[in-house]
Write a protein that binds this ligand. Structure first.
Ligand SMILES: Nc1ncnc2c1ncn2[C@@H]1O[C@H](COP(=O)(O)OS(=O)(=O)O)[C@@H](OP(=O)(O)O)[C@H]1O
Ligand SMILES: Nc1ncnc2c1ncn2[C@@H]1O[C@H](COP(=O)(O)OP(=O)(O)O)[C@@H](O)[C@H]1O
Length: 242
């Protein structure tokens, strides 16, 4: 957070400081541990990152299904869906809230908008994880700095190891070939700007907890099972055996 300018305080910065001073953290009666113990699980965040079309949604959906099947309480936040509500673009907000509001709070794909997108989603995953829910999040999240900030948020409200970064490492050429929504076609034709992998950068995670390297013969079920095995190995998910 930036320090206030004490030499020439402006009315605006004073007002902002006052707002902050008047917001006080309230400790809750029911603890995170109480909630986790009731659910019989640890509230962790499994964060999928990778290019559009790499398989984040497909694998996350399969993982969600497998976790539910074994009795876990989990939820799935997915980029395309969240960008219809919590992180809607200006055009969606405009009719209901007006142009000024839409310009201020609507999100696109520029670097600052992606940063705010991931910040909002990170805050939501923290709320779910604090409630003891296994939270799956599937977002391009191309910037390492933004992903690291979410990790810090999750681990500082819970424990080290509560954030698992899953890098869905599918080559750009395979993603382009799949092109399930026709977006690469449009991006290559210059019809979509700032498209990750084409006209926008992607920071390869240097040390993800789980690295899903593309192999032609691997199914989404194989990859989701690999994640479950790694969660068990790390002790963040109870094994069903024994
Ligand atoms: N410019 C650009 N770059 C990347 N992706 C784009 C873009 N424009 C639209 N889309 C579609 O929006 C989905 C990505 O949204 P995210 O919220 O995951 O993006 S980000 O994390 O803020 O980078 C992404 O979803 P997935 O294909 O599921 O990854 C695309 O369908
Ligand atoms: N092993 C695999 N894992 C994930 N997706 C796969 C796999 N093989 C093929 N696909 C296909 O690739 C596409 C991936 O799209 P999607 O899951 O929406 O990716 P993302 O969410 O990363 O944009 C889907 O059409 C899916 O059926």
């Amino acid at each position: 957070m930036s320090q206030p300018n004490t030499d020439q305080p402006s009315a605006t910065s004073d007002a902002k400081d006052d707002v902050q001073k008047n917001i006080v953290w309230h400790t809750q009666t029911v603890s995170r541990e109480d909630r986790e113990s009731k659910l019989g699980q640890r509230g962790v965040v499994v964060w999928f990152t990778g290019l559009s079309g790499c398989g984040k949604s497909t694998i996350a959906n399969e993982l969600d299904r497998l976790l539910i099947q074994r009795g876990a309480t989990c939820t799935l936040l997915d980029g395309d869906n969240v960008r219809h509500g919590l992180c809607a673009p200006p055009a969606v907000l405009k009719s209901e809230h007006g142009e000024e509001f839409a310009d201020r709070f609507g999100l696109g794909f520029g670097p600052t908008d992606r940063e705010e997108n991931i910040r909002r989603i990170g805050a939501v995953t923290e709320l779910f994880a604090s409630a003891g829910v296994i939270t799956l999040a599937a977002f391009v999240s191309p910037y390492q700095r933004d992903r690291d900030r979410v990790r810090k948020t999750i681990e500082s409200s819970g424990r080290a190891g509560d954030f698992l970064e899953v890098f869905v490492d599918t080559p750009l050429d395979v993603c382009k070939q799949r092109d399930p929504k026709g977006l690469y076609q449009k991006a290559m034709a210059g019809e979509i700007k700032n498209f990750t992998g084409i006209s926008d950068p992607y920071d390869v995670p240097p040390s993800p907890e789980i690295h899903l390297k593309w192999q032609a013969d691997q199914t989404p079920h194989d990859q989701a099972s690999q994640i479950i095995a790694e969660m068990e190995r790390r002790g963040v998910l109870q094994s069903t055996e024994g």
